[in-house]
Design a protein around this ligand. Structure first.
Ligand SMILES: *[C@@H]1O[C@H](CO)[C@@H](O)[C@H](O)[C@H]1NC(C)=O
Ligand SMILES: *[C@@H]1O[C@H](CO)[C@@H](O)[C@H](O)[C@H]1NC(C)=O
Ligand SMILES: *[C@@H]1O[C@H](CO)[C@@H](O)[C@H](O)[C@H]1NC(C)=O
Ligand SMILES: *[C@@H]1O[C@H](CO)[C@@H](O)[C@H](O)[C@H]1NC(C)=O
Ligand SMILES: *[C@@H]1O[C@H](CO)[C@@H](O)[C@H](O)[C@H]1NC(C)=O
Ligand SMILES: *[C@@H]1O[C@H](CO)[C@@H](O)[C@H](O)[C@H]1NC(C)=O
Ligand SMILES: *[C@@H]1O[C@H](CO)[C@@H](O)[C@H](O)[C@H]1NC(C)=O
Ligand SMILES: *[C@@H]1O[C@H](CO)[C@@H](O)[C@H](O)[C@H]1NC(C)=O
Ligand SMILES: *[C@@H]1O[C@H](CO)[C@@H](O)[C@H](O)[C@H]1NC(C)=O
Ligand SMILES: *[C@@H]1O[C@H](CO)[C@@H](O)[C@H](O)[C@H]1NC(C)=O
Ligand SMILES: CC(=O)N[C@H]1CO[C@H](CO)[C@@H](O)[C@@H]1O
Ligand SMILES: [Ca+2]
Length: 548
């Protein structure tokens, strides 16, 4: 009797689940979405809508590696739209709309096609998520997509994001039957630029903006990334720092700078405050040639560690910080080989239109002046007066890893300071709506040098996918103290401003189960300081202080 009832109940439950899944599947139809667009008068075509079952994988790009497409999704409807832009250009928009919706929208910035993976991480929270390919196929930095396509460059610069946002809001309103209560936008690197640009030009689009290591200063950033690669060129010159030296440098920098922040913990918490003496690595009669620095190589190092200041003392860009050395080899410094340099020529050649005859030897201040003048696609996110965003109640969270070897932390500090100069005279307090977090020992968007093991994980853009493409937030710590997306929501929706975010480093960053260390990252200009007792790897034993 008893077991019969359970069996009947189980059958019943199974039946209703299947029935609601069928009903949900029926709601996920391209034609329904097309109707919303047609009624609205938008020029767009819904290419497909795909039902995603509970715990389903979603691989519209047919990637072969599971690290490239979302898995373990909640039950959702995926939609793909082609939106007509100006002239013959168009851009793609993707949405993932969970059936169990949290009433909010989250856009995931992209640097080479619709960012399904970062969208999926958002869908796990319950967000309806959105992304775009910004009007071109392949990664932004391939560049060739821009040749002879000025409208595509504008789509990339800012137009596609605004259009995608408007479309996403329409779909959400019609499909769920109510508009999103709140809208958020997160992105890192070029994605950080996208979110900031949108905030500056269309302050009403989003309630919260989260920008990591933003490459906001496009005109200067991209030329700096080229300049960076040239310091070592031509390859194998007497001034080229050899490969073996990168690790040796990383070790020496850590040795000198770690204690200078007041605590020996393998983390350089205040690279700006470190007085580094590279001459300890100078060659002498006993050192082997690829394990020491000659005077010429020390000059190269000097360039790497110092600002790009050009004609008439013009500040063009900052520099790589002490503690970023581990990423130099694979990054934009490299060994001065043509292949490394060529990868950075896309901006002057294809975006500025200087063509293939432009080579790195041609880069000088006039290139910077031309970039300022052209500002292709108006992509540069350099509006410092963001009072319109503040006035509509928007909140801006901005973070940057201090061991970043692609986008200098200087660029973030520069933006923050310029914004402060623009806003304070208007009586706007930065802390009321804009907070920046400098993360000691974090590399570009994610990761930390092996010799530092610094806590860096805060569930920012691109981070969850470093664990796997089926997870989200901070596993084990899904709260606004550890997860910067949740901190943003809490600030926007409850007015709880984050003084710090607790960053996490796992023993194994792939399994993300056992925590190695957690530590608060304080909002600029505060810094985390160890209280002097208790476990240094526990966040509660640290506090935020102004160290000046
Ligand atoms: C199209 O949708 C947008 C966003 O919901 C709305 O602002 C606009 O008024 C709509 N236009 C028409 C013609 O319905
Ligand atoms: C989710 O799907 C994965 C892969 O198909 C499978 O291994 C796992 O057991 C599923 N989990 C649940 C809770 O169904
Ligand atoms: C992926 O494969 C499916 C089924 O073969 C096909 O219909 C679709 O066009 C493919 N998508 C891409 C982006 O190649
Ligand atoms: C698109 O329009 C541009 C002019 O803006 C033109 O140069 C180009 O050839 C067109 N491309 C195609 C594929 O029609
Ligand atoms: C520089 O030296 C390395 C190691 O000997 C070699 O592999 C590489 O081809 C050289 N590059 C150039 C441009 O000569
Ligand atoms: C010579 O340089 C090496 C590093 O290349 C260093 O370890 C050693 O201490 C130096 N010797 C002297 C006498 O300075
Ligand atoms: C540098 O300053 C001089 C003197 O004011 C001026 O004549 C010149 O045009 C400036 N050069 C640039 C590139 O701005
Ligand atoms: C780019 O910005 C400039 C200066 O604000 C403006 O005059 C121009 O119309 C903009 N171009 C585009 C394509 O938005
Ligand atoms: C806002 O505060 C309420 C009450 O503490 C809480 O239940 C809710 O989760 C908070 N919302 C956000 C987005 O943090
Ligand atoms: C981390 O865990 C993964 C998955 O179990 C394993 O493949 C990898 O070797 C581990 N990494 C380290 C550094 O132990
Ligand atoms: C506030 C405080 O003391 N927090 C922790 C410091 O670390 C020890 C472990 O070493 C914990 O027991 C404390 O709770
Ligand atoms: Ca230290």
């Amino acid at each position: 009797m008893w077991f019969q009832t359970v069996a009947a109940l189980a059958a019943f439950v199974g039946f209703t689940t299947a029935a609601s899944a069928n009903a949900n599947q029926a709601r996920c139809k391209a034609s329904s979405f097309q109707k919303y667009i047609d009624a609205n008068g938008t020029q767009a075509r819904v290419q497909w809508a795909a039902y995603i079952p509970q715990n389903g994988s979603f691989n519209p790009m047919n990637y072969t590696s599971v690290s490239e497409y979302p898995t373990n999704l909640p039950e959702a409807c995926g939609v793909h739209i082609n939106v007509k832009s100006e002239g013959n250009s168009s851009y793609l928009v993707g949405l993932i709309m969970p059936y169990e919706w949290n009433g909010r929208m989250l856009s995931a910035a992209a640097g080479g096609g619709i960012n399904w993976v970062d969208m999926a991480a958002g869908t796990h929270y319950g967000f309806a998520t959105l992304s775009s390919n910004l009007g071109h196929v392949g990664i932004d930095t391939a560049g060739t997509w821009a040749i002879g396509r000025p409208q595509a460059v504008i789509d990339w610069g800012y137009r596609a994001w605004h259009g995608a946002t408007v479309l996403g809001k329409l779909f959400i309103k019609e499909w769920y039957g109510s508009a999103a209560k709140y809208s958020y936008f997160y992105g890192c690197s070029t994605g950080g630029r996208q979110s900031m640009k949108n905030m500056q030009d269309y302050p009403d689009d989003y309630d919260g903006i989260l920008a990591g290591a933003p490459a906001w200063w496009t005109t200067h950033q991209q030329l700096y990334n080229l300049k960076q690669t040239t310091y070592q060129a031509p390859a194998n010159s007497s001034h080229t720092i050899p490969e073996k030296m990168f690790d040796i440098l990383a070790t020496e920098v850590l040795k000198q700078c770690d204690p200078q922040d007041g605590l020996v913990d393998t983390i350089i918490s205040n690279p700006q405050g470190c007085n580094f003496n590279p001459n300890t690595l100078m060659c002498n009669s006993t050192s082997s040639a690829d394990e020491c620095l000659t005077a010429a190589q020390l000059n190269t190092l000097y360039k790497i560690y110092n600002d790009w200041v050009d004609v008439n003392q013009t500040y063009v860009y900052g520099h790589m910080w002490l503690g970023s050395e581990a990423a130099w080899l694979l990054g934009n410094i490299g060994l001065g080989e043509d292949s490394t340099i060529d990868q950075q020529l896309w901006y002057p050649r294809d975006l500025m239109g200087l063509g293939d005859s432009f080579n790195w030897e041609d880069l000088d201040f006039s290139t910077v002046e031309l970039a300022n003048k052209l500002n292709p696609g108006n992509a540069t996110a350099d509006k410092y007066d963001i009072s319109a965003f503040q006035k509509r109640g928007g909140k801006f969270l901005h973070y940057h890893g201090l061991s970043d070897a692609y986008v200098s932390p200087d660029a973030s500090i520069y933006y923050y300071d310029q914004a402060s100069s623009a806003l304070k005279p208007q009586g706007i307090e930065m802390d009321d709506f804009y907070r920046m977090f400098l993360i000691p020992g974090m590399e570009h968007c994610f990761g930390t040098p092996e010799n530092m093991n610094a806590p860096w994980y805060i569930a920012g853009a691109n981070q969850a996918a470093t664990i796997n493409t089926g997870t989200y937030s901070v596993p084990g710590y899904r709260d606004a103290k550890h997860d910067i997306v949740m901190a943003m929501m809490s600030w926007v929706e409850n007015g709880t401003a984050p003084d710090s975010i607790i960053a996490t480093k796992w023993k194994n960053d792939t399994t993300a189960t056992d925590v190695l260390r957690q530590r608060p990252v304080c909002h600029y200009p505060y810094q985390a300081k160890y209280d002097g007792k208790g476990d240094q790897d526990e966040a509660s034993n640290w506090s935020c202080q102004l160290l000046y």
